[in-house]
Design a protein around this ligand. Structure first.
Ligand code: FDP
Length: 340
């Protein structure tokens, strides 16, 4: 009989919950007040509540459109509204978050009674077009510090580069629910255990591979790309054993899902500008910046095609940007084609 290759997990390793992990991180920061820790726990609470709604969506009459369109001109889905409301309610609760900017709202939400000095940017439910067909979707978030001595925050307070994020993460509602998180030093992932009602540490210190062999782009847009993007796209599909070409193509159409696969397996995700979206499609503040912050913290790279995403100065809350993220080598190859 062949020898079994599986052995039971080491039970002594089980049990590092997200809350414990965040708390232990706080203990390493001299003078930490617990505000940031508490804020992160509220973000995690929102993710727990949203995953519950997503998992039951088909049974709870929350699939489909509300009949409204959002600031981006997109049809609003019922789950978008639920996720957005959940995030607001959760962040308002403890008063650590002074204001929130969301993909779903034209203007930021201000919490006038908050005493904490943090701002949150979020796409509460990313990948809306995949909701009704049971494909992975997610929540993206980023946290900025806010100096309360400057008076109450305004919309302008959010217009800062991604370098100023103090934390970023996403929660993917996929074959399991996984929350990935970084405060800039290491990226860690936590898997939701519905039976325990907890996120447990499952991906410690994730590193994005130096190079991959998968590319992710909406090929349906190829007629709208410029020649440089087309040349890169042709290159990536050319056979060449030495650098593992042709690359495999994967495209889910939810940024969280495509980014998560690229972070763990390596390769490249690209949403370049095209004639339909000359500035790029994805939103700088709450999609591109948190994603870029995570990739950089994991040793990967995030670019507009010519400059680091994290250095882009936002001009408005819902500004769009081309987003190229992935393994360092693969993003550099893309940049080389753009520079030609
Ligand atoms: P969606 O429009 O479904 O909300 O946030 C925008 C986004 O999804 C990303 O999640 C995704 O990467 C991208 O748009 C998909 O765009 P295309 O349908 O144009 O490929």
């Amino acid at each position: 009989m062949p020898k079994a290759s599986w052995s039971p997990p080491d039970i002594s390793q089980a049990g590092v919950t997200l809350e414990t992990f965040i708390l232990e991180g706080m203990f390493q920061v001299p003078g930490a007040t617990g505000t940031f820790t508490s804020l992160l726990n509220q973000v995690a609470l929102a993710a727990k509540l949203i995953t519950g709604r997503v998992r039951r969506a088909g049974l709870a009459d929350v699939l489909g459109f509300t009949g409204d369109t959002n600031i981006q001109g997109e049809n609003v889905q019922k789950l978008d509204v639920i996720a957005n409301g959940t995030m607001i309610a959760s962040l308002k609760r403890r008063g650590h978050c002074a204001a929130l900017a969301s993909e779903e709202l034209q203007n930021p939400v201000f919490f006038p009674h908050a005493t904490g000095g943090y701002l949150v940017v979020t796409d509460p439910l990313d990948g809306s077009s995949n909701i009704d067909v049971d494909i992975s979707i997610g929540t993206i978030f980023g946290i900025l510090r806010y100096d309360r001595t400057e008076g109450p925050p305004t919309e302008q307070s959010f217009l800062r580069t991604g370098r100023e994020l103090v934390c970023a993460g996403y929660c993917i509602y996929g074959s399991s629910t996984v929350l990935m998180l970084t405060t800039g030093r290491g990226v860690h992932g936590f898997t939701w255990d519905p039976s325990a009602g907890e996120f447990f540490l499952s991906h410690e210190n994730v590193r994005c591979p130096e190079k991959g062999n998968t590319y992710s782009i909406n090929e349906g847009n190829s007629a709208r790309w410029d020649d440089k993007v087309r040349r890169w796209n042709a290159f990536i599909k050319e056979p060449n054993k030495q650098d593992e070409r042709p690359y495999t193509h994967r495209y889910v159409g939810s940024l969280v899902a495509d980014a998560h696969r690229t972070l763990l397996r390596g390769g490249i995700f690209a949403y370049p500008p095209d004639t339909k979206s000359p500035e790029g499609k994805l939103r700088l503040l709450y999609e591109a910046n948190p994603t870029a912050f995570i990739f950089e913290a994991a040793g990967g790279k995030a670019s507009t095609g010519s400059a680091p995403i994290l250095d882009v100065e936002p001009t408005e809350l819902h500004a769009r940007v081309p987003l190229i993220v992935g393994s360092k080598t693969d993003v550099e190859t893309f940049e080389r084609f753009m520079a030609e």
